[in-house]
Structures are given as C-alpha cells and as structure tokens.
Ligand binder design. Structure first.
Ligand SMILES: Cc1ncc(C[n+]2csc(CCOP(=O)(O)OP(=O)(O)O)c2C)c(N)n1
Ligand SMILES: [Mg+2]
Length: 708
C-alpha cells in the first residue's frame, strides 16, 4: 500500500437507484436506431516510425454539438502535443537498414505544423521550438538535429538498438553513464538521440517516465549493471503504475562472466526488470532484432509501459549484417463495435445519475475534447482518476473533481450515488477507487479500455467491458449521438442534478479567501496564487506528500496534458518530471510542487536543470518533516513518543539552488510568495522558492492548529 495518504471520506451512500423512467427508454430507442457511425478498420498494422507526424483532422470542425458551448470551443486548442499516429496505417514493417524513410529526416515540427494550423496552434515536438519559431533565444540549447542516416553497411548492436529506439519515437535518453554500455551511448548519439546526464538514475528514470506520460512517446532511461539498475527501479515502477511508455536499458557484465557473481552482476531481467511490463536480456546477436522489436511492442501496444533490456557489454560492439531488418510492426488500434457504442449510450442515457470516470487513458489517447463533447451531448458529468485531474478542463460545468487523495468528500459521494459509471481509460487504482470501494458490488458500471480489467480479484463484474481505443470509441459515440434525437426532459433532469453537484464541488474546493496573518505561508493561498499567475498552458508537476493535498484540492487545470504526477506516489518525482517537461516544451512555464522531504531526494538535479537550461520553478513546502507520515503517527495516538523518524532538520534549499547556478529564495508570507512567483516567471534560469510552512498545517480537511 502506498504510504502517501490522507483523510479519505468513508461515508457510504445507499442511494444507488437503478435506471428508471419512460423518458430514458425513449432515448435509448432513438440511440439504438441511429445510423452507425463507426469507422471500419483499414489494415492490420501501423508503422511505428515518427509517431508524431500523423495528426488528426481538427475535431472542432467535424463535430457539431447539440448546444454548442463556449467551454467546448475554448478547449478546441487543448491538445498541445501531436496526436498519436493511429489514423493512417501504412506498412507492416520498418526497415532500419540502409536508407531511412523520407519522414525520418524531416524536422517533425514542420511536417506536423503544416497539417494543423487551424485546430492545434502549438504542435510541440521534443526540443524543437513550437509555432512561429522566431530567432532562437540566445540561451536555448542547440535545436534537436534530424536523425542522421543509418549506416549502409553492417551496424553494431549498440547502433542497431539506438536506431530502433529512434524509429519508435525516442528523442531523449537520460542516464548516469557506465562503462558497461559505451557502445550504446555512441549508437544513441549517432542516431540523433539527445543523451542527458543526470545526477542519479532514479531521476533519469523519472525524467523518461514523465516524458512518456506527457507526450505519449517513450524516452529511454539508461543505467549500468546491478547498481544502476537498482537506482532506476523507482522510475520503472512509476512508469508501470502510470502506464507510461518508456525504454529502460541496462548494461550487463560480459557474457563470458555471467553466472560468476561478476562485478555488479545481478539477474537484471528477473529482478529489477520484473518491475517493468516486459524484460529480457540479450544473449545472442542473432536474436537482437526480434527481441528489440518485442520490446518496442511491449512499451507501446495495448496498455503502454516500461520495457526493460539488459545488454551485456560485449554484445554491444558486435556487428549485425547489413541487411538486418527491424520488425516493429504494431497492431492497429482496436476499433469500437457498433453494438458496444449503442450499449454505452443506452447505459448513460437511461440513467438518472450517471457519471463518466475518466483516467490517464483519455489523456494518452488525446481525446479530452471528444470526451467533453460526449459529456455535453448526454449531460453526463465527468470525474477524473487520481492525479489525472487535467483530463478535462476543470472550469467546465460538467467537471465534478478528481478522485483519491486530496478530494473533498463530495467526489466519493457522487461516485457512490451514481446509478451508472462509465470508466474510460482508468485502471481503478487503489487510490482512485477509494480503496477499491468504487464500483461497489451491485453498482452498474461499464468500462472502455485498451486492456479492460476483466479478471482483477474483487472487482465487481462490469455490465459491459469493452476493449477499444478510447478516442475511436468516444468519437464513434459522439458521431452516433448526433444522429439521435435526445429526450429533452430526461437530459434536463440530469442537468438539474449536475448543477447542484457542481455547486457543491466548487464550494468544497474553493480556497479560503480570508487574509492569513498566522506564521508562514498559507498553503491554499499559495496554490491559488500559482493558479492566478501562471498561464493556462503551464505544466504542473507534483511530488508525493501532504503538501500535495492542497494542490489536489484547489488547483484548477484548464487544459488537458498540463499535469504530471506519479500514481505510484513516489517521492522525488516533481523536479525531474518538471525538467523533462521543460525539455519537451521549451516555451512553456513548468512548475514543480514538492515537500522538503521529497525535494531533497532529487534536488541534485537542479544542476541538470541549469545545465540543460530547463527553466523550471520548484516550489518547496518546507515543514522540516515527513509530514504525511507524522500525520499517520499522530492518528495512532502515540503522542510525542510515537513520532519516530519523521522530524527533519532545516535545509537552506534556496542556497542549494544558488550553489547549483539556479536562483533561490525563501519566503515566509503570502505576499512574499506571490512576489517570488512573479519574479520566477521573469527569471532566465531555474528558480527554487522555499516556502515556510508551519507544522500546524496537516491537511486541507484539518484546520490550522499551532503545535502545542
Ligand atoms: C520514495 C518514497 N519513500 C517514502 C515514501 C513514503 N512517504 C510518503 S509521503 C512521505 C513524506 C513526504 O514528506 P515531504 O516531502 O516533506 O512532504 P510533507 O508530507 O511534509 O508535505 C513519505 C516518507 C514515498 N511515498 N516515496
Ligand atoms: Mg515536509
């Protein structure tokens, strides 16, 4: 069980009415009768090269809502990253030997931008400037170079792997280098993959994970043998829990030494690799193309995740014949069945208190705009999974909050009272489901997922479990709905409930507006100030700890894809994730929220941020303790004696920032905090704002109480 928790509401509701009413039946019939609008799959496979270049047509142009709302229009430009390349299946395999595909050499930004000028103003590509690139700023690192051509002759295994990663979309590798994979580093550089040195492999893995979570495209984390592999573990686990695509490559001892407990030798695939979605050790050159292809599929197909390759040092410099082909073919995304679409629409339209429970799969499929349309057309509200609050704009009247830690009790109560829950792209984690309480036994629910949770122990069986790509499904549902005539009375009845529920959620999440004159900074005021001061497209990351409860409670995300958080609850994530986001989106503000405990775990990466010119703003809530754990200790009633290993000493984080070449400031009042944020936004380098947080603050559900 994750050790990062807070007050979780326990109230259960007995209001779980079944679907009733003749009006609902009327809608259902009309939905059933509507003409199917489901695209037929075309071919079996898609090529994996250049995942960012295929960009969908503008969504706003093609779908007219029944009652167009400004909210829907406002998020038309929400999809910041290029869409996944799933629409245009091309070839079965990708040859990586000899000549490259024409697109491989094209700057991605240009080819993508040409197609999406209207709908998506800022197609972002790793390291490349976005729309209207002006003169590169003087302090910008060199722009990402296009992939150099692959060698015409034989290639080393190191180069072959690098070319394969590049073909699978990798543009960044994060590493603490080791002598066990020098041939791989050379291959990566030759393949045009940017290799970033970090100060700890855990941070390297977090950066790669954050890159995958943010863009849907994998990055690589690389470490050396047993020691590097062990340090990478936290990020591998996090990528697994976040369903983030990622490659992990670990050098291994020479094959002839294997099994002798050689220097730093462990069975990497079986141990640390066991945390990944897929793990293999390369042992024979002849198997390399097949095994690398398998790793690419494991990272990207179905539920994405980390793929782990253990690479013996001596194999990297061996050569593969010139004609070696790489098979990275992937199955086409799963298209919805018209009968499933009909059933889901019927399910929602026939309910009185339905809710859509949306998770990271919606963000990964870049289908938030479509989800808003579906919600609007049916008048069904949306609740986000834990740490996926950015799944739709939080100012939308149909957004009813995020589940899990930091959520007010109204969120859980609304889920409990739902007479129909549609779970989309959400794995119903322990935290999102409030300890596996949602869905409850007997509660009607359906799921849409690339990998539905059919066999999970203890999970009440779903009314219907649909294996489909979230975007294809939601679009098909929207298209079909537009050809149906909705029953106004039933939809209006839902709308009345929605307004009440939204009002309750707004009241429960509004930050206290009273001026704070107590000690230190007021955490809710700090969160509100950041929201007020940073742009809507700024990216926010979070570490683990109770400070994050105020962020979860009060921060309003206005654009999908603007939040990065580990559903593994891993401390140390915030800063490395922010650095990765800043590398991807050079032009956007990136803010990391952290506690003093979590920040100290990876603060050495401040130097990485300075070196890489990642202008992140790190906000460190400093209560000089592992506050979350102390809260749990206090609840056990053990008093001062029960407070074991949770008090920490003072650290001058601002001075550490300055020592690394960043800016650093410590603030003790609300007004000084606000001024520091303004200054940080104007700064030309990373900034750490150390926030004095009195220990009287424990959680948003507990009023401030000065320590006795
Ligand atoms: C890597 C890791 N180790 C331990 C934990 C358990 N844990 C959860 S929150 C927490 C304390 C966090 O302290 P801090 O970052 O200062 O935040 P605070 O709770 O004080 O706001 C700990 C130790 C964890 N989630 N991750
Ligand atoms: Mg703390």
């Amino acid at each position: 069980m994750v050790d990062e928790r807070t007050d979780l509401p326990t109230a259960a509701s007995d209001e779980r009415d079944g679907a009733t009413g003749t009006a609902a039946e009327a809608i259902a019939d009309e939905v059933i009768d509507a003409a199917p609008a489901v695209e037929e799959p075309t071919t079996e496979t898609v090529a994996t090269e250049e995942p960012t270049t295929a960009v969908e047509e503008p969504t706003t142009e093609t779908v007219a809502t029944e009652e167009p709302t400004t909210a829907a229009e406002a998020i038309a430009d929400e999809v910041i990253d290029a869409e996944p390349a799933v629409e245009e299946p091309t070839t079965e395999t990708v040859a990586t030997e000899g000549s490259t595909s024409p697109s491989e050499d094209e700057p991605i930004a240009e080819s993508a931008a040409a197609e999406i000028v209207e709908a998506e103003p800022a197609p972002i590509v790793d390291g490349a400037p976005t729309a209207e690139p002006a003169e590169p700023a003087a302090d910008e690192p060199p722009a990402e170079a296009p992939a150099p051509p692959e060698p015409a002759g034989p290639r080393t295994v190191g180069r072959f792997i690098a070319d394969a990663l590049r073909a699978a979309g990798v543009r960044y590798a994060f590493t603490v280098p080791g002598e066990s994979f020098l041939g791989l580093l050379e291959g990566l550089q030759a393949a045009g993959i940017r290799v970033v040195a970090t100060r700890h492999e855990g941070a390297a893995a977090f950066m790669a994970e954050a890159h995958g979570q943010l863009t849907g495209r994998p990055a690589a984390a690389i470490g050396t043998r047993g020691v590097g592999a062990a340090n990478l573990a936290i990020g591998i686990h996090t990528a697994r829990q976040d369903s983030s695509p990622m490659f992990v490559l670990v050098g291994q001892v020479e094959r002839k030494f294997r099994g002798r407990e050689a220097f730093q030798e462990i069975d990497q695939a079986a141990t640390i690799g066991g945390l990944a979605a897929h793990a293999i050790e390369l042992t024979a050159v002849a198997d390399v193309p097949r095994l690398v292809g398998d790793a690419v599929r494991a990272a990207l197909v179905g539920r994405p995740g980390p793929a782990f390759l253990s690479v013996p040092e001596d194999i990297l410099d061996e050569e593969l014949p010139a004609e070696t082909q790489l098979d990275t073919s992937r199955p086409a995304p799963i298209r919805p069945e018209p009968e499933d679409v009909r059933a889901v629409l019927h399910f929602l339209a026939a309910a009185e208190r339905p809710v859509i429970f949306a998770g990271g799969g919606v963000l990964r499929a870049r289908t938030s705009t479509d989800l808003v349309r579906l919600a609007e057309l049916l008048r069904v509200p949306v609740i986000a999974g834990w740490r996926r609050a950015d799944v739709i704009p939080n100012d939308h009247p149909l957004y009813l909050g995020m589940a899990g830690y930091g959520s007010p009790s109204v969120v859980r109560e609304r889920l409990e009272r739902a007479d129909a829950i549609l779970v989309v792209g959400c794995r119903l984690s322990e935290i999102s489901s409030f300890g596996y309480a949602i869905p409850a036994a007997g509660q009607a629910w359906m799921q849409i997922d690339v990998e539905p949770l059919e066999d999970r122990p203890g999970l009440p069986s779903a009314t219907r479990s649909i294996r489909a790509d979230a975007r294809a499904f939601i679009r098909a549902a929207v298209a079909r709905l537009q050809e149906a005539v909705l029953d106004a009375a039933s939809a209006d009845a839902r709308e009345v409930i929605n307004v009440t529920d939204r009002t309750a959620w707004e009241a429960a999440t509004a930050p206290d507006a009273t001026a704070w004159s107590g000690p230190g900074v007021h955490p809710a005021h700090a969160v509100a100030a950041v929201r007020r001061l940073i742009p809507d497209d700024a990216i926010v990351t979070t570490d683990a700890g109770n400070f994050g409860l105020w962020v979860a409670r009060h921060f309003r995300f206005r654009r999908p894809g603007t939040f990065l958080g580990p559903t593994s609850g891993a401390m140390g994530y915030g800063l490395p994730a922010a650095i990765a986001a800043s590398l991807v989106h050079r032009d956007r503000v990136v803010v990391a929220f952290a506690g003093d405990g979590g920040f100290a775990m990876t603060m050495a990466e401040l130097e990485t941020a300075v070196r890489e010119k990642a202008k992140v703003i790190a906000i460190v809530f400093d209560n000089e303790r592992y506050g979350t754990i102390r809260m749990h200790q206090d609840r056990r009633g053990g008093g001062a004696e029960g407070a074991i290993a949770t008090d920490l000493g003072p650290v001058d984080f601002a001075a550490i920032a300055r020592a690394c070449g960043a800016r650093g400031i410590r603030v003790e009042t609300d007004s000084a905090f606000e001024q520091a944020v303004r200054q940080a936004l104007a700064n030309d380098r990373p900034t750490v704002i150390q926030v004095a947080l009195d220990r009287g603050w424990v959680s948003p559900d507990q009023p401030f109480a000065a320590e006795a």
